[in-house]
Ligand binder design. Structure first.
Ligand SMILES: [Zn+2]
Length: 203
């Protein structure tokens, strides 16, 4: 485990402790008091004790929760309609021209930065798609239901600004499968290992 990873893990964990102290999860409370009582514990063992106690953690923007509709779409986006999200609800990914729903972009930026600090390069090839762009992709790549790679226009996760297509080498693909979930990103389409959907927590 590199020092950047430990430091990043530690800050995750410290923010999780604050959140957890207000919950009454018995198991976690016990683990927290044990770990914080051991002032001589090294950073790494402190981190691993808490990580073990808490299981999969989410980090940064992925910790926030949103009002979602029955299909898991944030109600603020559902009101606009798929492929019709206004620019002010989208944010740029890094210094690219790619855009996602602002919380998804924030989490993706953090994920790309954390991966980079660990020597893993995550590129991005696609992001938000307007309705017109979905029509174009369907024409070029064929409908998924007919063996192609495009969702029916108006139904794509890209049309909500909640999915990104990533450029991943083997190392990065492995890293994503191990870490994507912490940032809210899920590999959820068979035949498309590059497609990662953002799944916000529900309030
Ligand atoms: Zn995709």
């Amino acid at each position: 485990m590199g020092i950047e990873r430990v430091n990043s893990r530690m800050s995750d964990i410290q923010s999780r402790i604050l959140a957890l102290q207000t919950q009454q999860a018995t198991k976690t409370a016990a683990a927290t008091s044990t770990a914080t009582g051991t002032t001589s514990a090294s950073g790494a063992s402190f981190a691993s004790a808490l990580a073990d106690a808490m299981g999969t953690q989410t980090t940064g923007a992925a910790n926030k929760s949103y009002s979602l509709n029955s299909k898991g779409i944030p109600t603020e986006l559902a009101a606009y309609g798929n492929g019709k999200i206004p620019a002010n609800a989208l944010s740029k990914v890094g210094n690219t021209n790619h855009k996602l729903w602002a919380p998804a972009a924030e989490s993706l930026n953090q994920m790309i930065a954390d991966a980079k600090a660990q020597g893993v390069t995550i590129g991005i090839t696609d992001s938000y798609r307007s309705y017109e762009e979905q029509v174009d992709v369907a024409r070029r790549k064929g409908l998924y239901s007919q063996g192609g790679l495009a969702a029916k226009p108006g139904t794509s996760e890209h049309g909500w600004g909640m999915a990104t297509d990533l450029d991943l080498n083997a190392k990065a693909q492995k890293w994503m499968r191990e870490n994507g979930e912490k940032y809210g990103f899920t590999e959820n389409v068979p035949r498309e290992p590059w497609h990662w959907a953002y799944k916000p927590k529900s309030v």
